[in-house]
Design a protein. Structure first.
Lengths: 538, 602
């Protein structure tokens, strides 16, 4: 026996992620037949949105950083501390080999998970200048801020330069615009999101605008509107590789979960039901099994909500899985153009390891490539990478994750181009929250406003959207050192300047959600000064 | 009624009520366990005594509270012996590198399955599984080793029917939790304004393992602000930050502790005395000396000698230890714990949506006698209240209610089949009565989507408040935690898995087999040449898997299938007759165990 957790098995377990809500509803069997009928002519207007969820709360301070001298000094001070300092090296710093001494930190490099070994952060040059905020300024003259990304984001750096990757600064859960003063001393009208810093609640809030237990999410509500387009949308408009999530639940839209093992997007069919004829010395067993799998049974006078719900879930699985698989099979020509992800080498461990995010994105592109066969013109996808809750061991753990993101996004860029769908599919990152600006010694804790990436040929890339906040933590004056006050952060957490609703509504508009439909999906959007950040092409 | 037996009226009234009780309280009713259950009071008393002692051959399954760690160590010894033998056989210049296998997750899980299927300490093991889904640590995204996981399971098991505060203390200082929620290596930041102690455990111990986010009434209903109607929060970030300081300065066991050993996970040991599986110890220099305020309690700042000499270190260790005791006692005495833990246990064992009165009764059992604080947190009393509550025992009311019951968690569906089918595992020289390897070889179509200690995050496989969107459960305003694992993929995977293992009479490689001896015996007519006793097989499935509640729709379907399963031969041989009977068992079990009616336990 091969006593190990296979990647696919692990993925399945990880897919039982701990948030949100979703699942069965009365089945619209009629739609199954319609999916095939709608396949003709659905093609050219296709668009898809892919939520890349970084589960656990990504430390965006180490993903996208301001590198002007004042900002980077604050960053370094806060993070070059504790048993395992987590500050990355300045842009342009050469990697230090094992055994060497870092000219920056003076440390002798003993392991491959020390940031000095990785070299400096990678500079990016946003098209739109942002000025260094006063508290980070080192000169009296206003100067343009400079930015960089994690040293392992070489692919993302290139995509940014090529204009297909945009960065979004300081996005987070908000009910209404919020100032630091109001957050710290709330007035009667101040609206502060519930249960900040709690994983389950902030994952849900990022996906649905509500704390844990939300019945609907942004992606599902978007998918509801696609049904008006009249395709097979009701069945395949919301696709997940990662189990049930709040994000994909609509009023009527429900997520459909697919496999991504073995470099192939597949649905899960019940194999025995495909068997025909006599089975196990029985002429009626297979028919009875097919009926039983979706039957609530129950004796007269009894009913059970859960039995009905489970039967509905099986009914839907049985009805749609074959349709899905057949759809992808009949799109064989389009599928053949999509490459497999290249091998991924862990830059810290040096070994070739799985990158489940790239595998999931491959399944996404394969599914999108069969959109005509599946009868869909709009799709929302949810994929997930776990492990971002880096309370300790942040250097090796987040380092590997950054490399996986870079590898997966670079692959995705190549795959959508190969599929001829570069401007039809847009991927964006989301996560529970940002992490604390300061280290706890070897890692970081839960915080709030965060930075994210949006990728695709439909993205106005090469730019940074939303103001990048002042960097640093409030400090009282001590000796000759003056006090420092960060107007954008409360202790360790950035107060978001862009709401999740604004971030997603920008992409929803690109997906074809109309202004009239917008309040039904993003009820608080109108309360924010910006409803469209402008990072999507028309 | 079993309830009458509890009050001393004697035997359980029927095999059906015994099966209903055992399908919740154990990993599945068996012929033997139904026959043995004459009095529930006696049953609980027996379970309280039972050490974690699986069945099986003496000598391999030692009766010891360190059952799981022993299991993993024995498996490593098996691998070591196999390696040594291979090296010896290969001679001085082996042509290929000889693999020296190390224990993995699966070796821990073998022990779990062995104990679940054959152990005589069913309630303790069942409770351990439930607790492992409330106090969550996981192999996923952590460096928890099979040894540490096994040690953790032994710890949960030891306290499973004991006292909640004792359990909480053991959980807090176990290396598995130290790794999973980062108490190991959490160091004070008293004089470092740019740093703060790690808040992970301080947050999750309150949110998930004791009091939850919202203030509760004694019946588990949320307390609300009378003017706004908003639920009242149990704590703020300040409480978390206060607790985070308490949880500083705990590190790995070492005979000569130093800053180098504080946060460095030791290599795999070989015995139960090895550092990797020892309770975390105090590293006084790493403990916060500041005052700590949380949940209305304040621990004063440390004012004694600094830990630069032994006397100072000892004094600070004493302060640190006392601070931890104060913190955990404060948490354990919070009025939320009874209803919070009570509701979770009811959800694991009986129903997803207990009435407030049911939660209140279980919380009262948890709270014990208010005049005698030592009775608080008795987990045996709590689980007894869960399993013997009128709402749990009244089968007729449960069946009549559209909202009663829960989805069986996948692990329980599998153990129920294995136990009812008298599964045995392949004997080996070192495991003369079998060793129950787990089913890791199944590909995706055969996945259970649940494995002990492999929850995706600290939030477990199932959110206690999960609402399946658009469902009948949602329309009723209720929750269905286990439906978090129900989707288009997993429902098909489950059906494929059960069909596969029932058909194959066990797990691939025949490490575990189900001969169906009792099922075949039920079918076989009394006289040779008589008609098969199809109804007896249906009755057996009804009793063991459905506790006598099988619907008439299902029993009629099974009868049609059994009647329709027959040899085409005009004069079947004995072998053909035997094959048909085996097929009948397989056909009936596949239909029964993949049905929504079975998957939901009512």
């Amino acid at each position: 026996m091969t006593h190990r957790i296979t990647p696919s098995r692990r993925a399945l377990l990880q897919g039982l992620a701990a948030f949100g809500a979703a699942a069965p509803l009365a089945l619209n069997l009629a739609a199954v037949g319609r999916a095939a009928a709608q396949s003709a002519g659905a093609g050219s207007g296709y668009r898809a949105l892919v939520c890349v969820f970084l589960q656990g709360g990504n430390d965006a301070h180490n993903m996208l950083m301001a590198t002007d001298p004042g900002s980077f000094a604050q960053y370094t001070t806060a993070r070059q501390s504790g048993a395992e300092p987590i500050n990355l090296m300045p842009a342009g710093t050469a990697p230090v080999a094992i055994g060497g001494v870092s000219p920056v930190t003076k440390r002798t490099i003993t392991t491959t998970d020390m940031p000095e070994h990785w070299g400096g952060v990678l500079a990016i040059a946003p098209a739109t200048a942002q000025l260094v905020p006063p508290a980070n300024a080192t000169t009296s003259q206003p100067t343009t801020r400079t930015f960089a990304v994690h040293p392992f984001l070489t692919g993302a750096q290139g995509l940014f330069a090529a204009g297909r990757l945009a960065a979004i600064a300081n996005v987070g859960t908000l009910l209404a615009p919020l100032t630091k003063a109001d957050y710290q001393k709330p007035g009667p009208a101040t609206q502060i999101p519930q249960r900040l810093f709690s994983h389950s609640d902030q994952q849900s809030a990022w996906q649905s605008g509500q704390v844990d237990g939300s019945a609907t999410g942004w992606g599902g509500l978007m998918a509801d509107t696609f049904q008006a387009l009249g395709g097979g949308e009701v069945d395949f408009s919301a696709i997940t590789t990662a189990g049930n999530t709040a994000f994909l639940n609509g009023q009527s839209a429900r997520s459909f979960r697919i496999n991504y093992a073995a470099n192939k997007a597949t649905a899960q069919t019940i194999t025995l039901t495909a068997t025909t004829g006599r089975y196990n010395n029985s002429a009626n067993f297979l028919d009875e099994l097919r009926a039983s799998l979706v039957e609530t049974h129950l004796s007269a006078g009894q009913s059970s909500d859960m039995v009905s719900d489970y039967a509905a879930a099986v009914t839907r699985s049985v009805a749609l899985s074959t349709v899905f698989d057949n759809g992808l099979t009949s799109a064989a020509a389009a599928e053949a153009a999509i490459p497999n992800p290249p091998a991924f080498t862990d830059p810290i461990g040096g070994k070739v390891v799985d990158n489940p995010l790239a595998d999931q994105l491959q399944a996404v592109v394969e599914t999108a490539a069969a959109q005509a066969q599946l009868g869909v013109t709009r799709q929302v996808f949810f994929v997930q990478l776990g492990g971002f809750d880096t309370h300790d061991g942040e250097n090796p753990r987040q380092g590997l994750l950054m490399a996986q993101i870079d590898h997966a996004l670079s692959y995705f860029d190549a795959a959508i181009a190969a599929a001829g769908m570069a401007d039809k599919i847009t991927a964006f990152t989301a996560s529970d929250f940002n992490r604390t600006f300061a280290t706890n010694g070897t890692g970081t804790d839960h915080a709030w406003g965060s930075h994210h990436f949006v990728l695709g040929a439909a993205v106005k890339g090469g730019d940074l959207y939303g103001p990048y906040p002042t960097v640093g933590i409030d400090k009282a004056a001590s000796g000759s050192t003056p006090a420092f006050t960060n107007p954008d952060a409360a202790s360790n957490a950035y107060i978001p300047t862009t709401s999740v609703e604004t971030y997603l509504a920008t992409m929803a508009t690109w997906m074809g959600v109309t202004a009239a439909q917008m309040p039904g999906i993003f009820p608080r959007l109108a309360g924010f000064p910006v409803q469209n950040m402008g990072f999507m092409r028309a | 009624m079993i309830g009458k037996a509890l009050s001393g009226s004697g035997a359980a009234s029927s095999p059906q009520s015994a099966a209903a009780f055992l399908n919740r309280a154990s990993f599945g009713a068996t012929d033997a366990s139904i026959a043995a259950l004459s009095d529930v009071t006696t049953w609980f008393a027996d379970q309280a005594k039972a050490a974690p002692t699986p069945g099986g051959a003496p000598g391999y399954w030692a009766s010891t509270p360190s059952f799981h760690l022993d299991w993993v160590q024995r498996r490593q010894a098996d691998f070591d012996a196999a390696y040594a033998a291979a090296v010896a056989a290969a001679g001085p210049n082996p042509p290929t590198k000889i693999n020296h296998q190390r224990v993995k997750n699966i070796q821990f899980q073998e022990g779990f399955w062995a104990r679940a299927v054959t152990g005589d300490d069913q309630l303790r093991h069942r409770m351990t599984l439930a607790l492992s889904e409330i106090f969550v640590v996981s192999f996923i995204s952590s460096t928890i080793t099979p040894r540490i996981a096994a040690s953790w399971y032994d710890m949960l098991s030891a306290h499973a029917l004991g006292n909640y505060l004792d359990l909480l203390k053991a959980v807090t200082l176990h290396p598995a939790m130290g790794l999973y929620l980062n108490t190991t290596g959490n160091t004070q930041a008293d004089t470092d304004p740019t740093r703060h102690p790690d808040e992970n455990y301080g947050r999750e111990v309150m949110q998930l393992m004791s009091i939850g986010l919202v203030k509760l009434n004694a019946n588990g209903q949320p307390q609300t602000d009378p003017t706004t109607g908003a639920a009242l929060a149990t704590y703020t970030h300040d409480d978390i930050a206060g607790l985070a300081k308490v949880f500083t300065g705990w590190g790995w066991y070492n005979a000569k502790p130093s800053q180098a050993t504080f946060a460095k996970q030791p290599a795999d040991g070989t015995t139960s005395a090895s550092p990797d599986v020892q309770t975390l110890i105090s590293y006084p220099a790493n403990h916060s000396q500041l005052s700590k305020t949380f949940l209305g309690t304040t621990i004063a700042a440390y004012t004694g000698a600094q830990p630069t000499n032994q006397a100072g270190a000892n004094a600070l260790t004493a302060y640190q230890t006392a601070s931890l005791a104060t913190a955990l006692t404060t948490i354990a005495n919070h009025p939320n714990v009874g209803p919070f833990i009570g509701r979770r246990l009811i959800q694991r064992f009986v129903t997803s949506n207990p009435s407030p009165a049911y939660v209140g009764r279980v919380a009262a059992a948890f709270n014990g006698d208010p005049l005698n604080p030592t009775t608080r947190g008795d987990l045996m009393a709590t689980i007894k209240a869960v399993l013997t509550d009128p709402e749990a025992l009244d089968q007729a009311a449960s069946l009549a209610s559209p909202t009663a019951g829960k989805l069986r968690e996948p692990v329980m569906r599998m153990t129920q089949w294995l136990r009812a089918s008298s599964a045995t595992s392949k004997a080996t020289a070192t495991a003369p009565n079998g060793n129950f390897p787990q089913f890791a070889d199944f590909g995706d179509p055969g996945e259970l989507a649940q494995a002990p200690l492999e929850a995706p995050t600290v939030f477990n496989f199932f959110d206690p408040d999960y609402v399946p969107t658009g469902s009948a459960v949602a329309k009723a305003g209720l929750v269905a935690p286990e439906f978090q694992g129900v989707d288009a993929l997993t429902v098909a995977s489950y059906a494929n898995l059960m069909a596969q293992v029932i058909q194959a009479q066990g797990w691939p490689g025949k490490d575990v087999t189900t001969a169906y001896a009792n099922e075949l015996a039920a079918l076989t007519p009394a006289s040779v040449g008589g008609a098969d006793n199809n109804q007896a097989l249906i009755d057996r499935i009804n009793l063991l898997y459905f506790a006598g509640t099988m619907s008439t729709t299902m029993s009629a379907r099974l009868l049609r299938v059994l009647t329709g399963t027959a040899s085409l031969a005009k004069a079947p041989t004995a072998a053909q007759i035997a094959q048909v009977r085996l097929n009948k068992v397989q056909n009936a079990l596949i239909i029964a165990l993949t049905s929504p009616e079975f998957v939901v336990q009512r």
